[in-house]
Write a protein that binds this ligand. Structure first.
Ligand SMILES: Cc1cc2nc3c(=O)[nH]c(=O)nc-3n(C[C@H](O)[C@H](O)[C@H](O)COP(=O)(O)O)c2cc1C
Length: 245
């Protein structure tokens, strides 16, 4: 198996999705997969301009020349796409959305009915057949992921594949105040990577354990309270500096 990990946070791989992505890579590699990893923000990828040159003039080829030129060959070579995509306003980051929109050049303009009877475009070139979502969000409730999960599942189907696992851990606002509290989940994500590489799927027991939020709402509130105290101090300091200026 060959996997491509896209770190989609505006903070690159420095945040919580970075830690989760590295855990998955460790498991994938232990299971024998080869992995490419890319920090999307570093590639400075422009949004799709909807010129549709890729559909009407040069099938399979985007008209824009930028960081996507580095990604297209990696996407074409990978069996598994890992989207390390934190929740940004109930969706994915603009950086990652730009990548997915720019993959429209993988589609032909023609139409067909897929196995489920949905009308879709056939592919000019194959995107990875499997997608895995790795995500976190500030808030402590797992439901926060619902819109992003729906989007990633629909994108995977639209590109002719399927989303095989969602590894989503809520509560990053508090987890960043107490980074060790994420460690048991990171171990589970390593296991998930190993299972993916070896069996092409994540076992139900592993998925269920990852989906259990690491922090109770009470523990989240306690840690978030420390964060709020830090914010108050920071704002007071900034206000004081403004007065001096
Ligand atoms: C622009 C922006 C929008 C965000 N929107 C949400 C949101 O809708 N819900 C949520 O729970 N967290 C939201 N967050 C918080 C991020 O999901 C959280 O900070 C996460 O840890 C970022 O991933 P990273 O640590 O890998 O950078 C948002 C953060 C940013 C910067």
């Amino acid at each position: 198996m060959r996997a491509l990990v896209l770190y989609g946070s505006a903070r690159g791989d420095k945040g919580v999705t970075g830690r989760m992505g590295r855990a998955l890579i460790a498991g994938l590699e232990q299971g024998g997969a080869s992995v490419d990893a890319v920090v999307v923000k570093d590639l400075e990828i422009a949004p799709c301009v909807a010129c549709l040159s890729c559909m009407h003039r040069h099938p399979g080829r985007c008209a824009q020349r930028d960081g996507m030129d580095e990604l297209y060959p990696l996407l074409q070579a990978a069996d598994l796409l890992v989207m390390a995509a934190p929740v940004y306003t109930d969706s994915m980051s603009a950086q990652l959305k730009a990548v997915m929109d720019r993959c429209v050049c993988a589609m032909q303009p023609f139409l067909y009915a897929d196995q489920a009877g949905r009308i879709r475009h056939p592919m000019a070139w194959a995107m990875p057949s499997q997608t895995v979502l790795v995500s976190t969000c500030s808030f402590p409730e797992y439901e926060t992921f619902a819109p992003l999960i729906a989007t990633v599942r629909a994108q995977a189907v639209g590109f002719g594949g399927q989303c095989v696992a969602e590894l989503c851990v809520p509560g990053s606002l508090a987890l960043q105040m107490a980074p060790t509290e994420l460690e048991p989940h990171l171990e589970l994500i390593v296991r998930a990577g190993h299972e993916l590489a070896q069996e092409g799927r994540v076992r139900q027991t592993t998925l269920a354990a990852i989906q259990r939020p690491p922090l109770s709402v009470d523990r989240f509130r306690e840690l978030a309270g420390r964060y709020e105290d830090w914010c108050r101090k920071r704002q007071a300091k900034a206000e004081k500096n403004t007065e001096i200026c």
